[in-house]
Structure formats: structure tokens, C-alpha cells
Design a protein around this ligand. Structure first.
Ligand code: DLL
Length: 434
């Protein structure tokens, strides 16, 4: 089923005409109501009436996270606060969070977009959907919640944490759809096993994941353990939250809700637009948001776009799983390394569990990468020779993929920190000066 066939299956020409009209309106709105945008647009010498087609997009200046921070909390809102019915915020690792707002119409649009996303994954009114994202300032839980209700699914607002209880709820309430971060879903599988429940035997038949990246290998591992179909779903608070894009059952890229967002890929170093198919930084422009429209927002996420219609019948462009973020990339002894490359290797190796942590440090003038990975419970051994052999195998595999050598430390099962939300995989000690 397609939730909104009219908008999800448009001809590209019609879509682009709709995008251009909505873009002009958005630029007019921010020009009139947001002093910050008036200033930057004046600086770039662009007036709202100059926007005739989507090619004019590239004349507009970029917006970055810091622009939201500088205008904390409501400075970029395009409506008076009395029209804002909800705020969310993304927790910055440093300083103030970035605050995002929604009008009544925005909340309605958001629910529609999420209804599309959950329908993409095959969720229907028959489903019991357990939302394991944390309810709160984070956009994940409330975002999915409203869209699931709109579709008519039975929503269980379990929130994050209380993991044993989550398993009990799944059993007792007959949960068929699991919604959360991929790292938390992996942890929940482990908790189920610990309490004597085989996750594959639970009635959960689909998992909707997002909020953080996970590799194709990690997805397969989740599907194997839970015996369900797992879809990947992408979004970010500044642009709306979840609801930007999501995978259909063919799992061949995330369909972007292009009638609401224009997606571009740019070279992260120069900001120059890149053609379809090339990897670069995703830049998003909102087309229908009222409270917080964003113009050419630089997401820092690295992906590529495919405009070909999908086997599912939808014509919206699809983005590949992000390979990482421009600010996630580790430079180790001059070599660029994305944590996702390491994850791909580790999840494929028999004998280790999909729980890992990367520690980067500097010894003298040399960067060091330590990959800590848990041994799989079934393989756990204290025989030194076997451990050494496994470590060597992982080291060798990592070397061939990353072209640098890493120290591999096998740790005992269940010793690395588990996440109930977004996993923190990298500890970069170089940044703290140690
Ligand atoms: O994580 C919104 C969201 C919630 C999306 C739940 C999907 C499901 P933020 O907290 O602002 O918003 O974090 C946004 O998380 O720029 C990406 O780096 C990362 N991210 C989110 N979804 C994915 C994904 C929400 N499916 C930041 N794959 C984004 C890779 C993702 N990275």
C-alpha cells in the first residue's frame, strides 16, 4: 500500500514544478519573517521573486547548525511563539541545544509524513507498534507516535529503557512492530535472550529503525536475531525530525518526501552541488514548514541520491544509507576512517558480538586506533591461543579494509556499555588533549 499515492508517485516534472512553487513561498516567508534570513539573502543578492525554478536553489546561502545556536532559542522561527504548539530540541554535545518548533499545521504535516514512512515499512492498522525511542525533547518518539496513530496502528509508548519490561510488553501486548534505534534493538535482543526469550519467536514482524546509522551488515544481523524485516529511516530535528525519508520493503534506499523537502548533494569541502549517484553531504530545504523553515540546511551526513523510480511504484528519489557524518570521520595517521567501515567488518566475523567501541589516542606523534569488541557468548573462551588467533584475524581484515593497522582488543561478553538511545561508539582521546 502507498499512503499518499498522489505525492509519492509524481512525475519528476510535476514534482519539480510543485517544489519550485513551494520554494518560492518558503523563501518569501523567511525573507519577511526571519531577520536572519533577510540578512543572508540580502547578502547573497537574492530576492524571493528571483526564485523561478529549483535551479535557483543554488543561489541561496547555506544554513548550518551554528546558525540555529546563534539564534537560540527561537530566533529562526518564522511565526510568533503563540502559533507554536510544540518544541523539541536536539542535545548538543557542547553548549546549548538547538530548539525546533512546530505549528498546528506542522504537527499535522509531520504525522502525514510519518504515516508514509510507516506504510513504506508495511505497518497497517492491524499492527501493535512499540515505540522504544525516548519520549521527550528528542523528536524520535513523538514523531513516530503521531504518524503511527494516523495510520491506525495500536501505539505502545514504551519509551527507551526498562529493557526487561520491554520484552514483557512485547510478549503480553503482542507487539508486531518495533520502533527504536538499531543499537537499542540489538541490546533488546540480548536482554530477551537473557530472560530466556528467543526474540525470533516473538510476534514482532517488522522493525523501523533510525536516529543513528547502522550498516547493511548490522541490519542483516538484526533481521537474523529478530526474524523480521528491518527498515532504515532518516531524519534530523532541524529539518523536522524523523519523516525526511524511509525505506520501503525492497530496502533499496530511503524514499525522500520530496514534495516537502528538496535534497541536494554537495561537495563537503567546496559546497558545490554534485550529480546524482555521487557521494557527498546531504543538504535539505524544507518546503512546507511554517514555524521553522530551513533553507539549504547542511546535514553533515554523507550519502548519495538515486532518482530512478523504485520497484514499489514510488517515484521519489532515494538516499543511500549514510556512510557517516563529515564530523564523524576519524583521521588516523592521515587516513580517513568512518566508524561504519569498522562496523561492516566486525559484524561479519564469527566469534564476536555486534557490540564494539573505538578508542582513538595519540602516542607521541602517532595516532592509535583501538577497536574493542565483545566476544560472542557462544564462542567465549579463555584459551589464550584462540583469543590471539581471533584478534589476529580481525586485525588483518581491518587492515585490508582501512589500510591502517588497528589494535584489536577482545573483551568479555556484556562488558561494553549498552545504549538505550543513540550509541556512542567513538571515544577520541585526542580531542581532550590526552
Ligand atoms: O535522530 C531524528 C530521527 C529520529 C530520525 C528517529 C529517524 C528516527 P537528531 O537527534 O537531530 O534527529 O539527529 C539527527 O542523526 O543528522 C544523522 O547524523 C543521524 N541519523 C538519523 N537517522 C539516521 C539514519 C533524529 N537512519 C542525526 N541513518 C542526523 C544514519 C541517521 N544516520
Amino acid at each position: 500500500m502507498i499512503w499518499d499515492e498522489r505525492h509519492e508517485c509524481m512525475h519528476r516534472e510535476d514534482l519539480e514544478a510543485l517544489q519550485a512553487a513551494r520554494l518560492r513561498e518558503t523563501v518569501r516567508r523567511v525573507y519577511e519573517h526571519v531577520p536572519y534570513y533577510r540578512q543572508t539573502l540580502d547578502g547573497a543578492g537574492v530576492k524571493p521573486e528571483d526564485i523561478q525554478s529549483i535551479d535557483d536553489l543554488r543561489r541561496l546561502p547555506f544554513t548550518v547548525k551554528d546558525d540555529l545556536r546563534q539564534n537560540y532559542p527561537y530566533g529562526l522561527f518564522a511565526v510568533p511563539i503563540k502559533e507554536v504548539v510544540r518544541v523539541h530540541a536536539s542535545s548538543g554535545t557542547t553548549g546549548k541545544p538547538t530548539v525546533v518548533g512546530y505549528t498546528k499545521n506542522d504537527i499535522d504535516t509531520w504525522a502525514e509524513l510519518i504515516a508514509r514512512i510507516v506504510t513504506l515499512a508495511g505497518v497497517t492498522p492491524e499492527d501493535v507498534a512499540q515505540v522504544c525511542f525516548g519520549y521527550g525533547l528528542f523528536t524520535g518518539a513523538f514523531g513516530l507516535h503521531y504518524g503511527l496513530e494516523r495510520v491506525g496502528a495500536t501505539v505502545v509508548p514504551a519509551s527507551g529503557g526498562n529493557s526487561e519490561k520491554q520484552i514483557m510488553l512485547m510478549q503480553d501486548f503482542g507487539t508486531t512492530a518495533l520502533i527504536g534505534t538499531p543499537s537499542y534493538a540489538m541490546y533488546l535482543a540480548e536482554v530477551a535472550e537473557q530472560v530466556g526469550v528467543n526474540p525470533a519467536k516473538l510476534p514482532v514482524r517488522v522493525g523501523l529503525f533510525g536516529g543513528e546509522g547502522h550498516t547493511e551488515e548490522m541490519r542483516r544481523e538484526l533481521e537474523r536475531r529478530w526474524d523480521f524485516l528491518a527498515t532504515d529511516n532518516y531524519g534530523l530535528s532541524e529539518v523536522i525530525g524523523p519523516g525526511v525519508s524511509g525505506e520501503c520493503q525492497f530496502q533499496d534506499g530511503m524514499h525522500i518526501n520530496e514534495d516537502h523537502f528538496i535534497a541536494e548533494i554537495v561537495d563537503p569541502a567546496t559546497g558545490e552541488p554534485l550529480p546524482y549517484g555521487e557521494y557527498g553531504e546531504l543538504v535539505l530545504t524544507s518546503l512546507t514548514k511554517e514555524a521553522l523553515p530551513v533553507i539549504r540546511y547542511r546535514t553533515k551526513d554523507i550519502t548519495r541520491l538515486n532518482p530512478e523510480p523504485c520497484r514499489c511504484g514510488r517515484t521519489t528519489a532515494r538516499m543511500s544509507k549514510p556512510t557517516g557524518r563529515t564530523d564523524d570521520m576519524l583521521v588516523i595517521r592521515g587516513v580517513n576512517v568512518f566508524p561504519s567501515q569498522i562496523e561492516s567488518v566486525l559484524v561479519e566475523i564469527d566469534g564476536v558480538a555486534p557490540h564494539y567501541q573505538l578508542i582513538v589516542s595519540r602516542k607521541g606523534f602517532l595516532d592509535e586506533l583501538e577497536v574493542q569488541v565483545e566476544m560472542a557468548e557462544a564462542w567465549f573462551t579463555d584459551r589464550f591461543k584462540e583469543l590471539e588467533h581471533l584478534e589476529r584475524r580481525i586485525k588483518h581484515k581491518l587492515q585490508s579494509v582501512l589500510s591502517i593497522s588497528a589494535k584489536v582488543s577482545l573483551v568479555e561478553p556484556r562488558t561494553l556499555a549498552r545504549s538505550e538511545g543513540k550509541a556512542k561508539r567513538v571515544i577520541d582521546l585526542r580531542k581532550s588533549g590526552s
